[in-house]
Ligand binder design. Structure first.
Ligand code: PSU
Ligand code: MN
Length: 304
């Protein structure tokens, strides 16, 4: 079995059974513009360390799968061009060809699990795109949550997606969706998607206990923790709705499809909100990093 190459910091923590939180790299290469992408990646790592856990950013560099990057590697990745966006389908080919790729939620879960890391914090997950009844565009993130035993902390899913359908697919796939500290399912930039979350958890200890219980029952797959954006950073859903609609119309008009859809929409929304979407995005990622660290601490030495 191929294991990820660990940074010294991550190797030490795993060997001692200290808490580790995996972080994704597609958010750096395809989710945020330079230089805020690097600033955020560093801040997220520092936030995890301040919360008494060790950050393990996952990426493929020149064919090598890493869990834990040096600052030099992080900086190079944040500036690199033509980095592949890797999911379950393409991570092996990228490695076999000695290429460089950033890991999405799905591929980061795979890397985290191979390294023995049970918790992963990010911004938003991929889901069912609007119009999926025609395009069949459903993120592989949802299927990965159904098969790989990692607890993923996100701020829900973006309103660029069809949120009711996303929750339906997660239910069909048997993925627990736990809203943290509230009944409503959060919608990334806003705290309330206008939908009830299937489950609710009020503490990191409860989330860790549910993770362990799933393993005990022999249930495959992970859990999605939907952590609402802090109130002061929220952008009301009504403010964003016309902007999202415009970005979506442009994507359709330009024939954007496949892997390019999510990065295109994120970039257009950043431009149309004059950067406000990015400020909120950074705040919620940091908030998720803190909760991820707390869950990892509660899980203790549990590795699966
Ligand atoms: N949603 C966000 N920010 C992101 C992504 C999704 O709010 O950066 C990235 C994540 O890496 C996620 C991926 O796993 O996009 C999903 O892409 P797709 O929709 O092509 O599956
Ligand atoms: Mn897709």
């Amino acid at each position: 079995m191929i294991r990820p190459t660990l940074s010294p910091e991550v190797a030490g923590a795993l060997a001692d059974g200290r808490p580790v939180v995996a972080l994704e790299s597609t958010i750096i290469t395809h989710g945020m513009p330079w230089p805020q992408n690097l600033e955020t990646a560093r801040l997220v790592e520092e936030t995890v360390r301040s919360a008494s856990a060790v950050p393990a950013t996952v990426a493929v560099l020149d064919g090598v799968l890493y869990a834990g990057l040096t600052d030099g590697q992080l900086t190079a990745l944040a500036q690199a061009e033509d980095v592949a966006k890797l999911s379950r389908a393409d991570i092996a080919a990228c490695m076999a060809q000695g290429r460089t790729g950033a890991t999405t939620v799905a591929a980061t879960m795979i890397g985290a699990h191979l390294a023995g890391i049970a918790v992963f914090a990010t911004g938003g997950i991929g889901g069912v795109h609007k119009g999926a009844e025609d395009t069949f565009d459903i993120s592989a993130d949802l299927h990965e949550l159904a098969r790989t035993p990692v607890t993923v902390v996100a701020a829900g899913a973006k309103a660029i997606l069809d949120l009711p359908k996303t929750l339906e697919v997660l239910e069909t796939l048997g993925v627990p969706v736990l809203a943290y500290g509230q009944d409503a399912f959060p919608a990334f930039w806003s705290r309330d998607a206008g939908l009830a979350a299937p489950l609710r958890a009020d503490s990191a200890a409860d989330i860790a206990a549910a993770h362990r219980m799933r393993a005990g029952l022999g249930l495959t797959g992970g859990q999605l923790v939907a952590n609402p954006i802090p109130q002061q950073d929220e952008i009301p859903a009504a403010t964003l709705a016309p902007i999202i609609a415009q970005a979506q119309a442009e994507a359709a008009a330009q024939g954007i499809a496949g892997k390019a859809v999510t990065p295109f929409l994120l970039q257009r929304i950043f431009e149309l909100t004059e950067g406000r979407s990015l400020t909120a995005n950074i705040a919620l990622v940091l908030n998720n990093a803190r909760l991820g660290a707390e869950i990892a601490r509660e899980l203790g030495a549990a590795r699966d």
